[in-house]
Design a protein around this ligand. Structure first.
Ligand SMILES: [Zn+2]
Length: 277
């Protein structure tokens, strides 16, 4: 038999000697507000908890991502420091590392807020390190490397006709001399290219070197191009790497067309072979 909800309830309050007081109401008028009164707070708390969990989850993921990016940045900075000739270690101060900070031990999980806070303190340290130390040192390294003569001054097929060092004097029968550079063979008039950027220190004639050009590259590097048939630059001029400074010739103390090329390191002639590769 189907049970039916009665249509109305009647509550009767009786007092001795007085007429009874009666209330008549529909059952849904009580059940619905009661249900709302119970379910609503539970739902509200549940939703709040869900939102909080979701937010925490997102925050943790975000913090982990930020930390990962910082790790990558830190590795980059270390590589740059090494390239700039600085020690690798200074870029990560111990206090910025959450593993060694008092908020979380190695075993305890790190809260997203703590991780983000640590990341926030780590980023300025990394930026300051980059700006104040790594960048200037790197710039100096790059300038020094750019100032280093590289390769040979001729683009044409050539070979070394006289190496660096002691050799028999080509103009004397029994005497020896110290050859302060390399002699390259090549056709008369072949363009001679500078092997690093710099300022033309000399572009002049002398009895020994004939028409010759000396370029100061800075950082203690100088190069000399001698016995030129013609000079293409003048004293004080800035030359870019590879620029033509003159043309192969046989001026000065020369037995035939060739290029004499010298590399000086802090005022001393060194073997240019060490600068060719
Ligand atoms: Zn020579």
């Amino acid at each position: 038999m189907k049970r039916r909800i009665p249509k109305r309830y009647v509550v009767l309050i009786s007092c001795t000697g007085k007429a009874p007081i009666t209330f008549s109401f529909h059952p849904l008028a009580v059940i619905v507000p009661m249900a709302i009164a119970i379910i609503a707070p539970i739902t509200w708390v549940g939703m709040k908890f869900y939102t909080y969990s979701q937010r925490n989850l997102m925050l943790t993921e975000e913090a982990a991502e930020v930390w990962q990016q910082l790790d990558a940045l830190d590795a980059e900075v270390k590589t740059l420091r090494e390239r700039a000739g600085l020690p690798r270690t200074e870029s990560t101060p111990a206090e910025a590392n959450p593993e060694s900070s008092p908020q979380g031990g190695v075993e305890a999980p790190v809260e997203a807020e703590v991780l983000l806070e640590a990341a926030n303190s780590r980023l300025p340290a990394l930026s300051a390190d980059l700006k104040q130390k790594v960048e200037p040192a790197l710039e100096d390294t790059l300038l020094r490397e750019a100032a280093r003569p590289t390769g040979i001054p001729l683009k044409v097929t050539t070979e070394i006709s006289s190496p660096f060092g002691l050799r028999r004097n080509p103009f004397g029968r029994r005497s020896f001399e110290f050859h302060q550079g390399l002699d390259f063979t090549g056709a008369y008039g072949s363009p001679v290219h500078v092997t690093a950027p710099g300022t033309v220190e000399k572009a002049e004639w002398s009895g020994g070197y004939g028409y010759h050009v000396i370029v100061d590259h800075g950082y203690g590097y100088r190069t000399l191009y001698a016995h030129l048939s013609k000079m293409e630059v003048t004293q004080g001029e800035w030359v870019n790497n590879d620029q033509i400074v003159g043309y192969l010739g046989s001026t000065g103390r020369s037995s035939g067309p060739h290029l004499h090329y010298s590399v000086y390191r802090n005022g001393t002639a060194v073997d240019p072979q060490g600068y060719i590769d």
